[in-house]
Design a protein around this ligand. Structure first.
Ligand SMILES: O=P(O)(O)OC[C@H]1O[C@H](OP(=O)(O)OP(=O)(O)O)[C@H](O)[C@@H]1O
Ligand SMILES: Nc1nc2[nH]cnc2c(=O)[nH]1
Length: 185
């Protein structure tokens, strides 16, 4: 895709959450997470790469002791439809016996978060919580629920705030839905 085509993708997209709404959601989420986990000294794990913006912006709002690490798993790989889960990096820190908080950008069909949760429990995590910046209102019975949800997004392919559109635009401070034409590409 050329830079011009990438700009066109954004131009044709619909904003579904402004940067201000995202920031307000982060403030609220940080409060909820603090209330639940401030005495747990959790290991916070970002699911790379989509969680990079969410994790960065949430972490500085959490005012209690925690450790941070990441894991990398993917099943969309720059496309708009999910496939097989591919594990790329497991957490470097031991999760055994730990309270773990998983951070991800979006809960869509829930396959990724369910697989991450199962893997962490298999690795001995004592308890696994999850926080997602967005939960897609797709009407599916998802295999897992997130304990903390920032925003609901419509049943469209969304991007921005860490979420990519064909590998691009993770850097946007607001959240957009791809135009139907672009989403079928
Ligand atoms: O609920 P699901 O339908 O499983 O989808 C959610 C997952 O999809 C995205 O990851 P992706 O595979 O696109 O990799 P990325 O993090 O590199 O964007 C996103 O970051 C979630 O991890
Ligand atoms: N960028 C992005 N990644 C996803 N992974 C699962 N659903 C989505 C989505 O709507 N947008």
């Amino acid at each position: 895709m050329t830079p011009h085509e990438a700009q066109q993708l954004l131009h044709d997209a619909e904003c579904v959450a402004t940067a201000e709404r995202v920031q307000a959601a982060l403030d609220r989420l940080a409060g909820e997470i603090g209330e639940a986990l401030s005495s747990e000294m959790p290991l916070v794990l970002a699911v790379m790469g989509g969680a990079v913006v969410f994790a960065g912006q949430l972490l500085t709002r959490l005012a209690f002791p925690l450790e941070f690490d990441y894991l990398h798993v993917t099943r969309y790989r720059g496309k708009t439809r999910g496939g097989e889960i591919e594990w790329r990096v497991l957490p470097g820190k031991s999760v055994a016996g730990r309270a773990v908080l998983v951070l991800d950008d979006i809960l869509d069909e829930g396959e990724t978060l369910a697989a991450v949760r199962a893997k962490l429990l298999e690795m001995g995590a004592a308890r696994v919580w999850s926080a997602v910046l967005t939960d897609k209102a797709n009407g599916l019975v998802k295999p897992v629920r997130a304990d903390f949800v920032g925003l609901e997004v419509p049943d469209r392919y969304v991007f921005g705030c860490g979420m990519d559109a064909y590998g691009l635009w993770r850097n946007l401070p607001a959240i957009y839905a791809l135009s139907p034409d672009a989403a079928s590409g």
